[in-house]
Design a protein around this ligand. Structure first.
Ligand SMILES: CC(C)(COP(=O)(O)OP(=O)(O)OC[C@H]1O[C@@H](n2cnc3c(N)ncnc32)[C@H](O)[C@@H]1OP(=O)(O)O)[C@@H](O)C(=O)NCCC(=O)NCCS
Length: 179
């Protein structure tokens, strides 16, 4: 999958090293906003770190272990989403995402995650989709809730974000396994 049209305005493209500079710029511009919930911001201070991330993601994509896509709004890069992990043996995909602050509140990520579920079913034969969110991250939790995921439980102190522990809500959506 190199490109996928989600709506008239939203397109997903495979995250290639070619996009290192605009992706680093977007990350840097949204650093303060994203730092509240994403633990890796302090480890990304130069474009080469973004490039290395993209090279690693491409390698994992080639092996079928992950799928990282960039989100475009009418040709403007606005965020990242994908499967952090693809467990082909058990047909499970774990979904992650972030968006530039200026593009939140329009339902964009809900559309993107629905599209990832379709991709996961169609191309990877996934039957279980998982999303983990810090319990206080209400904007993130609203996405699986809106898409019909079931809250399976809360993992205590499951993620440390800049020195503070967070409990994680685990959501799952089951789809019929392919025959
Ligand atoms: C979590 C995050 C991706 C949510 O992005 P988003 O695009 O605002 O999420 P949604 O697609 O669910 O949009 C929901 C909002 O759009 C509104 N909306 C407008 N049209 C909509 C539509 N057609 N469908 C759904 N929602 C719509 C909703 O009312 C809601 O607004 P509200 O937040 O004011 O209640 C974003 O807040 C983010 O990047 N946060 C920081 C990083 C992060 O937390 N990542 C997840 C870690 S687990």
């Amino acid at each position: 999958m190199f490109s996928r049209q989600v709506t008239d305005q939203i397109t997903l493209r495979l995250a290639l090293p070619f996009y290192a500079e605009p992706l680093f710029r977007l990350t840097d511009e949204n650093r303060g906003y994203l730092r509240r919930w994403l633990p890796w911001l302090d480890a990304v201070t130069e474009v080469d770190q973004t490039r290395r991330f993209l090279v690693a993601q491409l390698d994992r994509f080639a092996k079928g272990d992950a799928l990282c896509v960039l989100i475009f709004w009418e040709h403007e890069l606005i965020g990242v989403a994908g499967f952090h992990t693809i467990d082909a043996t058990n047909q499970i995909g774990t979904i992650g995402y972030w968006l530039a602050e200026a593009f939140t509140g329009r339902g964009i990520m809900t559309h993107v995650v629905q599209s990832l579920i379709d991709v996961g079913q169609q191309y990877y034969w996934l039957q279980r989709f998982e999303i983990r969110c810090a319990v206080d991250n209400h904007a993130s939790r609203a996405i699986p809730e809106r898409l019909g995921f079931k809250l399976e439980g809360v993992l205590q102190r499951a993620e440390k974000i800049y020195g503070r522990w967070h409990d994680m809500a685990v959501y799952a959506l089951l789809r019929s396994p392919p025959r």
